[in-house]
Design a binder for this molecule. Structure first.
Ligand code: ZN
Length: 247
C-alpha cells in the first residue's frame, strides 16, 4: 500500500492529536469544525483571504467560532488559534464569480463561473505549510463529492493525490480527514445533529454563511442567503431533504 511507503519516506513526525480545520465559515466547514472538536485534543482553524467579493464570510468565521465556544464549553477548551492567510494571488490570476462582479453561470468547461482554478490545491498547500510549522499532524476539510458544484478539486481522488504530494514534498507524515466527502447535504445535517443536537443545528443555521452573493438580509428556514445562487440552492435542497427525511 502507498501509505507504507510514505510512512517510511517521511521523517518529520507530526502531532496527530492536533488538527487544523480549513474553516471558511460555511455550513460544511462549521460541521467539520464540530466534528474535529469531538475527535482531537487540540483544534486550530485556518481561513483564506483571496479577494472574496464579500466580507460576510470573514465575519461568519469569527462569529461561528465564538458561538461554538459559548454553546459548547468542552469544545471551547479544545479550540486553539485561528489563522488567516492571504492568498490574494488567486484573484490576481483572473476573474471568477467568487472574486469579481461576474455573472454566476455555467462555463463552456461545464463548471460554474464560481470555480477558482487551483483554489483548494492552494488552500491545502498553505494549510499544510502552516501545520508543519505548528507541528499539527491532521488537516481537515469539508470537501465533498456528493452534492457539490462539480469542482474537480473537491474530489476524493484529487485530495488523496495531493496528500501524497504534501507528504513527499514536505517529508512529513500529514493525515487528511474529509468527513463530509461521501455525505449528501442532508446527511451533513444529520452528522451535525449527532454531534451537537438541535443546539448545533440552530447555531449553524444562524451563524454559517454559504451564499455566493453575500446576502444576509433574508433569514429562510435553512439560514441566510439570496435564495437563488447555486450555493443557496444546494443549502436549501439539503435542508429540505433533511427535514423531509425526519418527517
Ligand atoms: Zn445565495
Amino acid at each position: 500500500m502507498p501509505h507504507k511507503t510514505l510512512d517510511y519516506l517521511t521523517s518529520m513526525k507530526l502531532d496527530h492529536s492536533h488538527a487544523l480545520v480549513l474553516f471558511s465559515g460555511g455550513q460544511d466547514s462549521a460541521t467539520c469544525l464540530a466534528w474535529a472538536l469531538t475527535t482531537y485534543a487540540c483544534v486550530e482553524t485556518v481561513g483564506f483571504d483571496y479577494g472574496q467579493r464579500h466580507l460576510v464570510e470573514m465575519e461568519a468565521r469569527l462569529n461561528l467560532r465564538h458561538a461554538l465556544e459559548a454553546a459548547f464549553p468542552d469544545w471551547g477548551k479544545r479550540l486553539g488559534d485561528d489563522h488567516l492567510l492571504d492568498l490574494s494571488v488567486l484573484s490576481a490570476l483572473g476573474s471568477t464569480a467568487m472574486t469579481d462582479d461576474v455573472e454566476i453561470k455555467m462555463t463552456d468547461a461545464g463548471l460554474p463561473s464560481t470555480f477558482v482554478p487551483g483554489r483548494n490545491l492552494a488552500f491545502l498547500t498553505a494549510a499544510a505549510a502552516l501545520a508543519y510549522r505548528r507541528n499539527i499532524g491532521v488537516l481537515i476539510g469539508g470537501m465533498c463529492e456528493t452534492d457539490y458544484s462539480g469542482y474537480p478539486d473537491c474530489r476524493d481522488e484529487t485530495l488523496k493525490a495531493q496528500l501524497q504530494t504534501l507528504r513527499l514534498g514536505m517529508d512529513a507524515d500529514f493525515g487528511l480527514e474529509t468527513p463530509l466527502m461521501f455525505l449528501t447535504k442532508a446527511e451533513s445535517w444529520s452528522l451535525a445533529e449527532n454531534l451537537g443536537g438541535q443546539k448545533l443545528i440552530d447555531l449553524i443555521l444562524e451563524q454559517s454563511h454559504t451564499c455566493y452573493l453575500g446576502a444576509r438580509d433574508a433569514r429562510h428556514e435553512w439560514g441566510y442567503g439570496c435564495g437563488t445562487c447555486p450555493a443557496c440552492d444546494l443549502r436549501k435542497q439539503g435542508w429540505q431533504a433533511f427535514k423531509g427525511g425526519k418527517a
